[in-house]
Design a protein around this ligand. Structure first.
Ligand SMILES: Cc1cc2nc3c(=O)[nH]c(=O)nc-3n(C[C@H](O)[C@H](O)[C@H](O)COP(=O)(O)OP(=O)(O)OC[C@H]3O[C@@H](n4cnc5c(N)ncnc54)[C@H](O)[C@@H]3O)c2cc1C
Ligand SMILES: NC(=O)c1ccc[n+]([C@@H]2O[C@H](COP(=O)([O-])OP(=O)(O)OC[C@H]3O[C@@H](n4cnc5c(N)ncnc54)[C@H](O)[C@@H]3O)[C@@H](O)[C@H]2O)c1
Length: 477
């Protein structure tokens, strides 16, 4: 039997982004239904951001402590892997979502457990876990927030070989003796850092000439040096040709490289990018392509429609939780305004209904040792975009606050200045503790603060933030 119900807004997918849309539309008094077929909180809470950072935190804290004489001798031993994994389990609520379900209830959103699928314009069908069917009609908007999944390359021997994706890498209950990691993106370097610190012998296999290719080149160089010092075997410029696991999906695994070399491991993680979770969600029923990323305008409305929104990973603008939640706030405001008949939305650059930061000021912190942090455009991206720019660099190790933070502090900072407008287009930092420095750069980039005014933003002594002063001094000559 199918029951039918009508709402103002139907959100498909209750990851961090879907939850935030529902929060905004409920706060505006719109009747909102949320459909989720796994755990409320999404990948981020259970198989991505939260467990990965729980695994990395002890690795980073230990590395920091080892750089402080007087403390270093006390932290030379191995990590207590069982305790780290137990804390990770606690941070993900043991993969139960009761707390999140209670929160959805508290904001007055109606939860439907099951798989949501578009069933023509403004209509979503839900197949529940007990075989129940619901047909939900949205008076104003349907929001697709179904996220992304890991993609595996098409390689001989890989199917059925029990390779890890980010899901297994963040939820494993045992530390493999040897771990091969394929991919030098964010997941690859973070998980290589975590598992090497937890006791695995990690081999990181990177196709390109460096890691973290979307950041300034010096960032990846620092991360590679540090991974090598931690004992990881980092191989750049290599491609995986095949995988061989004689025991089926468990037991020793051989990763065959295109030059014929073989890396032997107990587990292999493929961290080779993401695909949208838009297959089988009925996109064909509204004239869109099944399984495709969803192209949206700056209000997050899917192009060619006036009722379908796509937020978070699924629109491919920036595969980051905080950026998806920002899109959720913008889309929530746009849906509310349109539902209220507001004749003209504020869709100008930086307007209340425009996800402008997606283009100009996306911040990201990579929780490796050292941390990597960047916002806005890299020098190469700025040049490619046709800006007249100047990059200014500074050695973070020469900043007093950094020297006090850690002996032998190594790191670097760069700001990219638009010479025509004298504002920052981007900034990048690599070094211990720089993650917390990033928001100052984000404010400067998103606020388009003139460089001359930044001169009056005085960083406290002795903090790592004093690098701002050094960068500005260098810029002013
Ligand atoms: C290992 C790893 C670490 C990461 N670390 C960070 C980090 O530190 N910081 C950061 O900002 N980002 C990080 N990310 C990226 C971050 O996880 C994603 O950007 C974020 O999860 C996107 O949120 P979302 O709500 O769009 O999608 P998701 O979190 O994937 O949520 C989508 C939800 O939709 C549900 N769903 C899918 N299809 C349907 C359907 N048909 N019907 C009903 N429900 C459905 C899913 O079950 C899921 O709950 C990391 C990613 C990985 C892989
Ligand atoms: N701290 C954070 O903010 C954080 C942490 C983890 C993930 N994330 C997000 O999750 C997303 C996914 O991360 P990811 O690392 O899986 O993807 P990614 O796109 O960042 O990196 C994937 C890497 O794998 C390489 N690759 C692809 N196919 C390959 C192959 N066949 N052989 C070898 N290498 C191959 C690519 O060249 C690329 O460098 C990222 O976009 C990131 O924004 C964020």
């Amino acid at each position: 039997m199918t029951d039918a119900a009508e709402y103002d807004v139907v959100v498909v997918g209750a990851g961090p982004v879907g939850e935030n849309v529902a929060d905004r539309t409920r706060a505006a008094g719109l009747d909102t239904a949320v459909v989720e077929d796994e755990l409320i909180g999404g990948d981020c809470s259970y198989w991505a951001c939260v467990p990965s950072k729980a695994l990395l935190r002890p690795a980073i804290a230990r590395a920091d402590a080892r750089r402080v004489p007087g403390l270093a001798a006390s932290v030379q031993g191995p990590l207590d892997a069982a305790a780290v994994l137990a804390r990770r389990d606690e941070k993900v609520g043991d993969w139960k979502d009761d707390g999140q379900a209670a929160w959805l209830d508290s904001i007055g959103a109606r939860l439907y457990r099951g798989r949501g699928r578009l069933h023509g314009p403004r209509s979503v069908s839900v197949d529940g876990p007990e075989g129940e069917h619901h047909l939900l009609t949205a008076r104003h908007a349907v929001v697709i927030a179904t996220g992304s999944r890991a993609v595996l390359p098409d390689l001989p021997g890989l199917t059925g070989a029990g390779a890890w994706t980010s899901r297994e890498a963040t939820s494993a209950q045992q530390v493999p003796e040897r771990l091969a990691v394929v991919g030098g993106g964010v997941v690859g370097v973070e998980m290589a850092t975590a598992w090497q610190a937890l006791g695995s012998r990690v081999t990181l296999l990177v196709r390109g000439e460096g890691v973290l290719p979307r950041m300034e080149p010096f960032v990846g160089e620092h991360v590679v040096d540090s991974l090598k010092e931690a004992g990881a075997d980092v191989r750049l410029g290599v491609s995986v040709a095949a995988v061989d696991r004689p025991g089926g999906h468990t037991g020793p695994v051989s990763v065959v490289l295109d030059d014929g070399a073989v890396v032997r491991a107990d587990e292999v993680l493929f961290a080779t990018g993401r695909a949208p979770r838009t297959d089988g969600i009925g996109l064909g029923s509204v004239g869109l392509t099944d399984g495709a990323w969803l192209d949206v305008d700056d209000t997050c409305l899917v192009r060619g429609t006036d009722w379908l929104y796509a937020v978070g990973d699924v629109n491919r603008r920036a595969l980051l939780t905080h950026q998806g939640k920002y899109q959720a706030r913008i889309a929530g405001a746009a849906i509310t305004a349109r539902a209220g008949g507001v004749p003209l939305l504020e869709t100008d650059r930086w307007g209340a209904h425009s996800a402008t930061a997606d283009h100009a000021a996306v911040p990201q912190v990579v929780f490796t040792d050292p941390e990597a942090a960047a916002v806005g455009l890299s020098l190469a991206e700025a040049e490619r975009a046709g800006h007249r720019v100047r990059a200014v660099d500074h050695d973070l190790g020469s900043v007093s606050g950094a020297g006090l933070y850690a002996d032998g502090y190594r790191g670097r900072a760069r700001m990219v200045v638009d010479l025509d407008r004298e504002v920052l287009l981007g900034a990048a930092f690599v070094g211990p503790g720089v993650g917390e420095l990033l928001h100052s750069a984000t404010v400067a980039v998103a606020g388009e603060v003139p460089v001359e005014r930044l001169w009056h933003a005085v960083p406290a002594f002795p903090t790592i933030s004093e690098v701002w002063l050094r960068l500005l001094e260098a810029y002013r000559g």
